[in-house]
Each structure stands twice: as C-alpha cells, then as structure tokens.
Design a protein around this ligand. Structure first.
Ligand SMILES: *Cc1c(COP(=O)(O)O)cnc(C)c1O
Length: 344
C-alpha cells in the first residue's frame, strides 16, 4: 500500500476528503449490513429529521501508526458505548456496539493510505455520526437513520509543543441540569458557538462553563473536560451529570492512579477552590491534554504555578504516559490500544 503524498508534518486540523467512508442505513425497524462507499455527499429530503429537529449525534477518535508498524486506535469500545447513550437520549436507534467497532476497523483499513506514518505527529481522525434521514414535520423522532463514518488526516493539535492556554469563566451556560450535557450531540456545540467566538474576540482560548443551577461549580469547556492537580499531588476532576464523559479524562484517571501513583478524586469542584490548585489541564481526543496557564474570572486572574511557558511537571508526566501508551512505547491496560491492521 502506497501512502498518500501528503506533507504529514504540516497538516492542520481540518477536513480533507479521503477515499472511503462507511455507511449503514436504518429502515423498517432494522439496520442494514452497511458498506464502504466512495461518495462523500449525502442527498436527503429537505424535511429530513436532522434538518428540522436536530436529531444527530457523533463521536470522535483517532487511528495512528505505532513504532512497530501497527495501525491502531484507542479504546473504540468506549466510543461505541457512549454513542449508544447519545442515541438512546435522542430517540435514535443504537448502532450495535460490536458493529460500531467493526465499522471503524473497516473504514480505517479501506483508508490505510491516509493513516499518517509513525513519528509524523499526524493522525487519522475518525468521525462516526448518526442522523435522522426521513421527512419529519410534526415533532417526533424520525423513522429512518443513517450511521456514517468518515476519516480525515489531521496534523498535531499543537505545532511546536503545547503552550499553556488562557480560559475565561463563562457567563453563558453549556448544558441544563438534567439536559443533554452528558451526550455527544451537535446541539450542545451549536449553542456554544456564539460564546466561543466571543471568547476568541476577547483574547481567550476557551470558556470554562459552570453548573447552571448554582454557578459555583466547574463543569467543562465547550469540548474538553478539566482536571486539576493539588499542592500535595492529587488528581482532581469535576463530577456532574451534565459533563460529557471524556474518554481521555477517564483514561487519565487510571494513568494518574495506576501509573503515577496519584490519589484521584472525581467529585464536585467549586470555582472558589480553583486558586488552590497548582496545575490545570483540558483533556480530549484532539489534543490529549491542553495545559491551562490562567483562568480569568471576571477580571480576576487565577494563575497556576506551572506558568504560561510550559506544562507543569505532573501534566507532563500524565501527557507522556498516556501518549506513550497510545503510541505503544509504554504497556497499556488490556484493550486500550486496539489493533486494526499491520502496516505493510
Ligand atoms: C468529545 C468531548 C469531550 C472529550 O471527550 P474525549 O472522549 O476525550 O474525546 C469533552 N467534552 C465534550 C463536550 C465533548 O463533546
């Protein structure tokens, strides 16, 4: 297999059309077998459920090449089960979890020429999603759905190393209590776009959302979970029903405890205790960890001891250990690194 002629080291984080995608359709109460196709366009009726009442959810994971020449992805079973949760909440038919993982394998194999080589820093981003496809005008769930997975090669999230970012405490809310904050739905992003553009215009990298009911507790940003490190080296990460359960964050909790020997606390985190922490990070598939240097709470700066130049020492260990496990240089827990194929 000949790799695509791409300047892997200089790829950005954007959509680039690849050769193949996986598509399965749900009709008459059941999923078809699904297939790999070449057409990147979807033709739908103007009244399709996804266009009217936003029945859509998605996942995101990455495939990459390990040092010993295997094409792998990371914990795809967790993406499958999280998508099942999203579907149930949105009254969409679950795509069977084992079939989800098989479909990820199929689409990555078909696009093996698009998987960046080891050491390039680039990865193949995998985007599974589901939409309601038949016409719906009275408010109700659609009867027909499409599950699709496309892939696109993406560059390293941070070119030239991860610089700490600055976050502001947001005045807008991301997710209502008992709402949809814990599922991966585009609707949670649609309503955050105004706020992120505003944050960027004012010189902030991200918004820190608080719990909407009391506005005293840390939730997450628009697309990543928080963790904090205490002075005595504990790993603390916010717990709330309206936080999206990040697979990176759940993996870091295990890395912190089992690999680094840290005490892990998954609990409510008050905004008022944030100044007591010495390090802060954001976690998600795209960047793995983005170190946070400063949080601005309405003109009041909360500066972490790790500063604005480098990752803090604990963040660096977390980052190196998790990316080492992902890249196959550190032995990970059973099932974390999921082999798709050997490079030939
Ligand atoms: C996808 C997502 C994350 C990160 O989850 P990972 O599984 O680590 O990629 C965090 N918050 C929100 C709102 C998300 O949509």
């Amino acid at each position: 297999m000949v790799k695509k002629d791409i300047d892997w080291g200089n790829l950005g984080f954007g959509y680039q059309i690849a050769d193949y995608r996986f598509v399965a359709n749900f009709k008459d109460g059941k999923w078809d077998e699904g297939e790999i196709i070449t057409d990147s366009n979807i033709v739908l009726n103007e009244c399709a459920g996804v266009f009217q009442y936003c029945q859509a959810c998605f996942e995101g994971l990455k495939a990459y090449t390990t040092e010993d020449g295997r094409i792998v992805c990371f914990r795809p079973d967790l993406n499958a089960s999280r998508m099942a949760d999203s579907c149930e909440k949105l009254m969409m038919p679950v795509f069977p979890e084992d079939k989800f993982v098989e479909a990820v394998e199929q689409v990555v194999k078909a696009n093996a020429a698009w998987v960046p080589p080891y050491g390039s820093g680039a990865t193949l981003y995998i985007r599974p999603y589901m939409i309601g496809t038949n016409p719906v005008i009275g408010v109700k769930p659609a009867d027909e759905y499409q599950f699709r997975i496309f892939v696109t090669p993406v560059g390293p999230y941070f070119k030239g190393g991860a610089k700490p970012i600055t976050i502001r405490v947001s005045d807008e809310d991301r997710a209502a209590p008992h709402g949809t904050g814990n599922i991966k739905a585009g609707l949670n992003y649609a309503m955050s776009l105004h706020n992120i553009v505003d944050a960027h215009n004012k010189g902030f990298d991200e918004n820190m959302y608080l719990d909407p009911a009391t506005r005293t507790k840390v939730e997450e940003t628009g697309g990543a979970n928080f963790y904090f490190i205490t002075k005595d080296g504990k790993f603390v990460t916010p717990k709330s029903d309206s936080i999206l359960p990040s697979i990176t964050r759940r993996s870091l909790m295990i890395v912190a405890e089992k690999y680094l020997g840290l005490t892990v606390e998954h609990r409510e985190v008050k905004l008022s205790e944030v100044p007591d922490f010495v390090e802060c990070g954001l976690c998600g598939t795209a960047a793995v960890i983005s170190p946070v240097g400063k949080i601005v709470d309405h003109g009041k700066d909360i500066c972490f001891a790790s500063g604005m130049e480098d990752m803090g020492p604990v963040t660096k260990k977390l980052y190196d250990t998790l990316t080492g496990i992902q890249m196959g240089t550190i032995e990970g827990p059973e099932g974390w690194v999921h082999e798709i194929m050997k490079e030939d």
